[in-house]
Design a protein around this ligand. Structure first.
Ligand SMILES: Nc1ncnc2c1ncn2[C@@H]1O[C@H](COP(=O)(O)OP(=O)(O)OP(=O)(O)O)[C@@H](O)[C@H]1O
Ligand SMILES: [Mg+2]
Length: 253
């Protein structure tokens, strides 16, 4: 079995039917997971890859022995209320919903963003399926381990420059062809697979027509400039924006 990137040994999953399994495993989420297992999307979940405030991500294994990543959005959190603004104004999601429904919409949004990016040829995990608050996607791995975040890799300036240039190309494709803004781009949401950057965590991505698109885009670029400049790469906001040619950003969606 691959090495675990995080020391998450406490998150043991107990036998279903017994009381508490974990705070993400409420009854409805368990039912969703059983359904996915009975549909053969995966055979079992083995260990948590990441435990965050919004979501918990597990590694799962299919009957054929492939790995998948299972992202479970927490239903018992108030954090998602803040996300209403990312959904409202998105032409794809007319009904936002409240409480759990809002979280289900959020999940559906991440899945459709992922699908759109994947179909647009971008390096993102291949989306497999989703249901309620659960997304199943390709598990990104590198050298037999869960792919590390860009943030945790020690790379020299040339390698950093190369990754920067690749990401500028991704941004170009994302904006010009896929017509979405990532909205939470940072060294935490880039995983490195055998030297290639992959973008993850696309729930807050919005179409270019969304009222927040411009601000989110600028924030993504600023995050890139901050991270890469502090790692020896000469880059500026103007350079990146120029590459993407912002003047063409607001063509019809
Ligand atoms: N497809 C994947 N393959 C491998 N690891 C993944 C995958 N998706 C997510 N991860 C791991 O799980 C972590 C959390 O995923 P993600 O960034 O999508 O969630 P999040 O919305 O940031 O959750 P939170 O804010 O609650 O941490 C990632 O930083 C990454 O380490
Ligand atoms: Mg993240």
């Amino acid at each position: 079995m691959s090495k675990k990137p995080y020391d998450d040994q406490d998150d043991r999953i107990q036998i279903p039917g017994r009381k508490t399994i974990d705070e993400v495993f409420d009854e409805s989420t368990l039912k969703v997971l059983y359904r996915l297992m009975s549909q053969d999307v995966f055979e079992y979940m083995d260990y948590p890859i990441s435990t965050g405030k919004e979501a918990k991500v597990f590694r799962g294994v299919t009957r054929g022995g492939d790995t998948v990543a299972i992202k479970i959005m927490r239903v018992n959190t108030s954090i998602f209320r803040d996300y209403r603004q990312y959904i409202e104004g998105d032409y794809r999601f007319k009904k936002v919903g409240r409480g759990r429904k809002l979280i289900f919409t959020w999940t559906r949004k991440e899945f459709s963003n992922l699908k759109r990016m994947h179909e647009g040829g971008l390096r993102v995990p291949r989306p497999i399926t989703f249901a309620k608050n659960v997304i199943v996607m390709e598990c990104l791995e590198s050298q037999g381990n869960i792919a590390p975040m860009l943030k945790y890799l020690k790379l020299d300036t040339d390698e950093m420059q190369n990754i920067h240039d690749i990401l500028v190309e991704y941004l170009y494709t994302l904006i010009r062809e896929v017509k979405l803004v990532h909205g939470d781009l940072s060294e935490y949401n880039i995983l490195m697979v055998e030297g290639e950057p992959y973008m993850i965590d696309v729930s807050q991505s919005v179409p270019l027509t969304h009222p927040l698109a411009q601000d989110l885009f600028e924030r993504d670029v600023d995050n890139m400039v901050r991270y890469f400049s502090s790692n020896g790469v000469e880059t500026t906001r103007e350079f990146i924006i120029d590459k993407i040619r912002m003047d063409e950003m607001y063509e019809d969606d």
